[in-house]
Write a protein that binds this ligand. Structure first.
Ligand code: WQD
Length: 342
């Protein structure tokens, strides 16, 4: 009998790619999503890729009754991967209470039900944003967290503390937080990928939408940083590599390999690339003549960050494999699929 995994936010960008990898590994997947930032058609795409349609429940996890009912309906859940959260940095500054309520109440409803229904394991979607601008690079997991630049980032830090304290206080509960760096790219089938609602905040979808003619030009936010070409540096990780890290984390918990009731890992490539390097690489691999200009810095941006991945490589036994070139090409193939561009 396949082990059953609950994936919250499973029709979202990283969630959908993780559902595919879980199904590829033989897991039985239940998805819960309120579709506030994703589309039901993603289930059709997942089914096309893997041949299996995940079970699906539509509601928001801040609804305690519906969350309780979910665990009664699916009594065999062995682990949860929790993606469902609001994640727009700028929006979180304008609507802090919505972000704290949605992201924290959902998590607490899940944790309470884990205790109530003997679901021992959770893998949580955290973020390198908890480091702020690290003093030392590459950043390691023992780097102290810094006060978040946004309520969004703060919900990730508080969520980690909630899981740490709850798993310590509750026998049999084990949580792993994966601190994502910058997820980019799309599944090689080009059937699933990043599809931001409205104007993209993130760099790569803005690049691909500009290349597809939906945006006039890419604005590069600042070229006066203390970096080789003046533009900011990030650690861009392929979304399929990131999805596979979740399957490895689930395996670690299901096979009781974890060493503490709460663990966290940097999930990046270990390489830092500047905005300009991404732009130049995108142009090189796609042949698209991307229009861009340099403007002022974006408020809240940090200058540079990339991961020290040795702990995740050695302890988790996971390493990012896909190149930046392959990843940017996958993002472009996905954009062309969405916009029916040949
Ligand atoms: C990357 C670089 C921008 C857009 C955020 C969150 C993080 C995670 C990923 C959710 C920066 C520059 C961007 C543009 C640009 N979110 N840029 N022009 O800000 O590193 O991380 O998204 O999980 O938690 O903090 O990602 O893609 O927005 O920006 O020049 O139109 O690209 O200034 O240097 P970021 P990003």
């Amino acid at each position: 009998m396949s082990k059953q995994i609950l994936v919250t936010g499973g029709t979202g960008y990283i969630g959908s790619h993780t559902v595919v990898e879980l199904q590829n590994e033989g897991f039985d997947v239940v998805v819960v999503d309120d579709l506030s930032n994703s589309r039901i058609e993603v289930l059709d795409a997942i089914e096309k890729i893997t041949g299996q349609r995940p079970k699906f429940e539509k509601f928001n996890l801040t609804d305690r009754e519906k969350t309780n009912a979910l665990f009664k309906k699916y009594p065999n859940i062995e682990a949860i991967i929790h993606f469902a959260a609001y994640k727009a940095v700028g929006e979180s500054v304008e609507k802090p209470l919505e972000y704290y309520r949605n992201n924290l109440v959902s998590l607490m409803n899940l944790l309470e039900n884990m205790k109530e229904h003997n679901v021992p394991n959770m893998v949580f979607s955290s973020s390198c944003t908890v480091y702020g601008q690290p003093d030392k690079l590459p950043v390691t997991e023992d780097t102290p967290r810094k006060p978040a630049e946004s309520p969004y980032g703060n919900t990730k830090a508080i969520s980690e503390d909630i899981m740490r304290d709850f798993s310590k206080a509750t026998k049999g509960i084990n949580c792993i937080a994966l601190r994502y760096f910058n997820p980019i790219g799309a599944h090689p089938s080009a059937l699933i990928g990043e599809l931001p609602v409205g104007v993209p905040n993130n760099l790569v979808p803005f690049i691909t939408q500009t290349a597809a003619g939906l945006r006039d030009e890419l604005k590069i936010f600042g070229d006066d940083y203390d970096t080789p070409d003046g533009t900011a540096i990030r650690d861009y990780i392929n979304v399929v590599d990131l999805a596979k890290a979740h399957v490895v984390a689930i395996d670690r918990l299901l096979n009781n390999k974890q060493k503490k009731s709460f663990e966290f890992f940097n999930v990046g490539t270990g390489e830092g690339y500047s905005v300009m390097q991404l732009v130049k690489t995108f142009i090189k691999v796609t042949g698209v003549n991307l229009k861009y200009s340099i403007t002022g810095r974006r408020a809240g941006d940090i200058e540079k960050i990339w991961a020290d991945t040795s702990y995740a490589n050695n302890e988790l036994g996971w390493k990012a494999e896909k190149s930046l070139e392959e990843t940017l090409l996958s993002a472009w193939e996905w954009e062309k699929h969405v916009r029916n561009i040949k």
